[in-house]
Design a binder for this molecule. Structure first.
Ligand code: DGY
Length: 325
């Protein structure tokens, strides 16, 4: 008999077909009534879940899914899952780490370049009919080539950023990471420093750390105060790593130059967020991996993951919690 699986995200039709062939699939979408009996029943009977859901997957949520054996998130980040609760209930979790590395590094570089060169601000100037004469110094940008980049987090995406910075922009690379990456230090001439020293020395600070208890609000008012007034801060990881109110104040008071943010404390960013008042912040709606090719690859990877996990085969490289067995 086919196992019951629930799908929480819209995925390409051919990948949904693979799920339908392998499982008895229930699909939830924006029109789902989360109070309906059909929703509750589907959760109660599901042995697998795939896709992204805004609710935290903790003991409370898992109480609604007593038969759940495996979950496949369509993301690299898994901070939405309570790993202790998954362990207690013996639930395997898989993510999609490799396939999004390059597009996320591209987006982070896009934010860096567009923030430094004030691309959106200058485009808006033309849209608003204000390009009447030559551009004066108040609109000048900042060079990227040859500057110092401080990368917080030297995982796969951090390394892809280091590659771009070294090979394309001849940047001096400093980084903060729990463990030293001697290979990266050699290949890209990178230097590992304490967090405070990275913040003090870098012209561009790029956050690409996972969100954990340790990294929540890692970038406080005090840490922001260490940064150069000319520094540009890019966050492509999770909004909760920065104290967003403190960042707003640093940007408003120009104690740092600018920020490019793909992620926020609350998403979608509330329409009354004070960040919206500022010219020196470039905002993007959590789109690090949002290209046609990468989102397809992520969906396919997650489908592969759930099929493997529910066949009782051991998942391989994408298994987040192998301690579950
Ligand atoms: C990821 O894959 O973790 C992206 O940030 C989307 O959540």
């Amino acid at each position: 008999m086919k196992k019951n699986v629930v799908l929480f995200s819209k995925i390409p039709a051919d990948q949904q077909t693979r799920l339908e062939q392998a499982f008895n699939l229930t699909v939830f979408d924006d029109n789902t009534d989360y109070n309906s009996t059909s929703y509750t029943n589907a959760l109660a009977n599901a042995e697998g879940m795939i896709g992204n859901i805004s609710t935290r997957i903790d003991d409370n949520f898992l109480a609604k899914m007593p038969k759940l054996k495996a979950a496949a998130t369509i993301s690299v980040g898994f901070d939405n899952y309570d790993l202790n609760a998954l362990k207690k209930h013996g639930i395997r979790l898989m993510n999609t780490p490799k396939v999004l590395t390059e597009s996320t590094a591209d987006l982070i570089f896009t934010l860096m370049m567009a923030t430094a060169r004030r691309t959106v601000e200058l485009s808006n100037l033309i849209h608003n009919g204000k390009w009447k004469k030559g551009i004066t110094p108040e609109y000048y940008g900042t060079d990227i080539y040859g500057k110092t980049i401080g990368i917080l987090g030297m995982g796969r995406i951090g390394q892809a950023i280091a590659k771009r910075a070294h090979c394309g922009f001849d940047m001096n690379i400093i980084y903060y990471n729990r463990s030293a990456r001697h290979d990266i230090e050699q290949t890209y001439n990178a230097k590992r420093l304490e967090l405070d020293n990275v913040l003090r020395q870098a012209d561009f600070i790029v956050i690409i750390l996972p969100l954990t208890e340790e990294t929540t609000k890692l970038i406080t008012k005090e840490k922001l105060a260490l940064m150069k007034p000319s520094a540009i801060l890019i966050n492509g990881a999770r909004g909760k790593i920065i104290d967003q109110q403190a960042l707003f104040e640093a940007l408003k008071n120009k104690t740092i130059k600018a920020a490019g943010l793909d992620v926020f404390e609350i998403e979608p960013l509330p329409t009354n967020s004070p960040l919206l008042e500022l010219d020196n912040v470039l905002l993007s709606p959590h789109v690090g991996s949002a290209t046609v090719e990468t989102r397809y690859a992520m969906a396919k990877c997650a489908v592969d993951n759930i099929i493997t996990a529910l066949k009782d085969e051991k998942p391989t490289e994408n298994w987040v919690n192998p301690e579950v067995g």
